[in-house]
Design a protein around this ligand. Structure first.
Ligand code: UTP
Length: 306
């Protein structure tokens, strides 16, 4: 079995759920406290032992690559001003990884974005990490999944148990529990309107064999006129054992406004320098009873409806 070392980060979507903030700024570059969202995903992949990182970008998203590049002028200026701590932080980002960038020229869907990484990935198994699914976990989510992959040699997707009424918003798997947080997947249904086959939803982490590329190539445009990764995964399920892993940790959909806000609060509370003061602020704000004391605080004007 080939060693798992590659991770693909699809970053070429429009981010419409976060408009207008993401009209020009890629959603992957929105800060979660003090790092862009994508950096959390990169750190997760690196901490899971993956060192060949492929970013799928699109026009207007070059800042993503710039963030992980050297910034000689800035570094020189920080050095001259003896700002060693800041210099350390800036250097840590640029030396963290070497990225391979590929372009998706048209936003034809997640499946199409993954297909664009084919040449960069080659003929090895690889992971896919959707950066706006941010996962707070003691053990990095991809590392948890990697252990299942190394034991079974089979594809693995991350699963999260959701409430029955939330199954309509996710890809839901069918199959049976196989113990040790594993689920043997027999099929999957995208956003089932009725009768979900389980309450396990697929979350944005996948470990896939290179055979997925030929399946993606044959995948026709599906829901929303896009080439859906789920459609190719359904074909892959038919070829042999396929696992879901109910990861330990908390997942946030930082690609939409409420999920992003929740992630911001939780990550801020855990931040080594800001956490204590931020917690004190929230306690003062809610008077310790969950009810805001400053309900008369100015609110942003409501957007006019036409
Ligand atoms: P999403 O649906 O979450 O992202 O796709 P989006 O399309 O950017 O967001 P909305 O729905 O318009 O708000 C899941 C992942 O797939 C990538 C996205 O960047 C995101 O990481 N993606 C999606 C692509 O790379 N290319 C595409 O054509 C579509």
């Amino acid at each position: 079995m080939n060693k798992l070392r590659t991770c693909v980060f699809p970053c070429a979507g429009f981010g419409t759920r976060f408009f207008p903030a993401t009209k020009v700024i890629p959603k992957e570059m929105l800060p979660l406290v003090d790092k862009p969202i994508l950096q959390y995903g990169i750190e997760e992949a690196v901490a899971s032992g993956l060192d060949k990182l492929v970013i799928v970008t699109s026009k207007g998203k070059d800042t993503i690559l710039d963030h992980f590049d050297r910034t000689a002028e800035l570094e020189r200026s920080l050095l001259e001003r003896k700002k060693k701590d800041l210099l350390g932080e800036v250097e840590a980002v640029s030396t963290m990884v070497d990225l391979i960038a590929v372009r998706q020229k048209e936003a034809l869907g997640l499946g199409h974005a993954v297909l664009m990484a084919r040449d960069a990935v080659g003929s090895e198994p690889f992971a896919v990490l959707l950066p706006d699914d941010v996962i707070l976990a003691d053990d990095p989510c991809l590392l948890q999944m990697r252990r299942v992959f190394e034991e079974t040699g089979r594809p693995v997707v991350a699963l999260m148990e959701v409430a029955a009424e939330e199954t309509t918003r996710y890809g839901i798997v069918a199959g049976e529990n196989a113990g040790n947080r594993r689920f043997r997947i027999r099929d999957m249904v995208e956003k089932p309107k009725v009768n979900p086959p389980s309450r396990y939803a697929i979350i944005g982490r996948y470990i896939l064999p290179p055979e997925i590329f030929s399946l993606l190539e044959k995948t026709e445009r599906g829901a929303g006129g896009e080439i859906q990764l789920t459609d190719a995964l359904r074909e892959l399920v038919r070829t042999g054992e396929f696992y879901g892993y109910v990861f330990e940790g908390k997942r946030y959909d930082a690609g939409e406004k409420l999920g992003y806000l929740k992630a911001t609060v939780d990550y801020a509370l855990r931040h080594p320098e800001l956490g204590a003061e931020f917690r004190a602020y929230l306690n003062a704000l809610f008077g310790g009873n969950g009810k805001a004391e400053h309900d008369d605080a100015p609110r942003p004007a409501k957007r006019a409806t036409t």
